[in-house]
Design a protein around this ligand. Structure first.
Ligand code: PMP
Length: 394
């Protein structure tokens, strides 16, 4: 691995410049040049379909898609690449689990335990499947001591995030997984935020299903991953029907493809997968542990600067790259608008997690999120413009 040199890493991102500050990476990450080049090359030079035609470019695209699948398997330490399904994003991955794994399994009064930390995309798919099957969604504070008391023979699924997109909190997945499996339930982990900052081993943690989106990990929008244990994926019925998820079809019926293709009906997001493969190859060339430490230090610095402001209320945990807060008596959106005039991008609002925001007692907040491509100048400019905004608004 290449040593992580912050300035060198930053140079790989053409969107970064001296005029603007991007602190909204938890919403979507900026893209490195390698990702843009790979996407452009596909559209400008080597356009072809995958898994269908037999000319050179088509064969090459098919090969690269399989390579990308293996790269994802390596990233999360999946046992094999057949356990990696391409989807449109973390949201679609979780809906696939709900509709294909949970729907045939759940009986009326069965229970799905869902943590209160969840993004809407790891809550609403469970609400929907509960309505369809008569099962119940059980609220869990995410506190480990509470989990054992909620689990019972009725529990079929426990769903939790790897990292909250609001508070940055990372639950102890190893302990949670142990408790969940003692009760013969399965564990679904939303890795949309977690995968960006913390490498994870799905086998070591004994995670049954894991979902994430490429766009938060420097990749394209409209592409996601579902990891599932092979034994589970194999028993699951297909969800979407269409081209290339079948071995043969007659007018009356069809025989489904093997994994992973049985879940990949229709032409995939080819440009997206090629772009993401370039990202995964590029990521391998950096020391990600060093990058993680760098971001942690930058987060520590940011928080210490913010701490000097009066009337600030934090919702996020210490040392997290996600920093969420409010300034008393100032509306978060007023801050966002004033910062936008200074070319500073942050996120404000309910952060797609209304139940958690309600629990935290607020109807919106300011969130800044850091990546290894951010630097101290970004933070200093943000702090100074935030101070000016506060002066205008009080
Ligand atoms: N879970 C978490 C924790 C997230 O932060 C997000 C994205 N904001 C998602 C799920 C959903 O990801 P996507 O919209 O890319 O499907």
């Amino acid at each position: 691995n290449k040593h992580f040199v912050p300035e060198q890493f930053r140079r790989d991102f053409p969107a970064l410049n001296d005029e603007s500050v991007y602190l909204d990476s938890a919403a979507t990450a900026l893209k490195p040049q390698v990702m843009i080049d790979a996407t452009l090359a596909y559209y400008a030079q080597n356009t072809a379909t995958a898994k269908r035609s037999l000319y050179q470019d088509a064969l090459q695209v098919t090969t690269t898609i399989d390579k990308a699948r293996q790269n994802v398997a390596d990233l999360i330490h999946a046992n094999n690449s057949a356990e990696i399904i391409w989807t449109r994003g973390a949201t679609e991955s979780i809906n696939l689990i709900a509709q294909s794994y949970a729907r045939p399994l759940l009986q009326p009064d069965d229970e799905i335990i869902v943590s209160e930390l969840e993004h809407h995309s790891n809550l609403l798919p469970w609400q929907i499947i509960a309505k369809q099957t008569g099962a119940k969604v059980i609220k869990w504070s995410s506190d480990i001591d509470e989990l054992s008391s909620l689990l019972s023979v009725k529990t079929k699924i426990v769903a939790i995030t790897q990292m909250s997109n609001v508070t940055g909190f990372c639950p102890d997945l190893a302990t949670i997984s142990h408790i969940v499996h003692q009760h013969n339930a399965i564990l679904v982990v939303d890795g949309a935020q977690g995968i960006v900052h913390h490498a994870l081993d799905v086998q070591q943690l004994n995670i049954d299903f894991y979902a994430f989106s490429a766009h938060k990990l420097y990749g394209p929008t409209g592409l996601g991953v579902l990891y599932g244990k092979q034994v589970l994926l194999e028993q699951m019925p297909v969800w979407h029907g269409g081209g290339k998820m079948l071995k043969s079809a007659s007018f009356d019926d069809f025989i489904q493809e093997d994994l992973p293709y049985k879940f990949e009906a229709g032409t995939p997001n080819i440009a997206g997968i090629l772009g993401f493969n370039a990202v995964l190859e590029w990521l391998k060339s950096w020391d990600n542990k060093q990058a993680e430490n760098y971001t942690k230090q930058l987060a520590f610095y940011t928080k210490s600067q913010l701490n000097q402001l009066t009337d600030i209320q934090f919702y996020s945990v210490d040392n997290s790259p996600i920093i969420t807060f409010n300034i008393n008596n100032i509306h978060h959106n007023d801050i966002a608008i004033l910062l936008s005039e200074q070319n500073i991008a942050i996120r404000t609002g309910e952060l797609c997690a209304q139940p958690l925001m309600n629990k935290l007692g607020c109807h919106g907040a300011i969130r800044l999120s850091l990546m290894p491509y951010n630097n101290q100048q970004d933070v200093d400019k943000f702090i100074s413009e935030l101070q000016s905004a506060i002066e205008i608004l009080v």
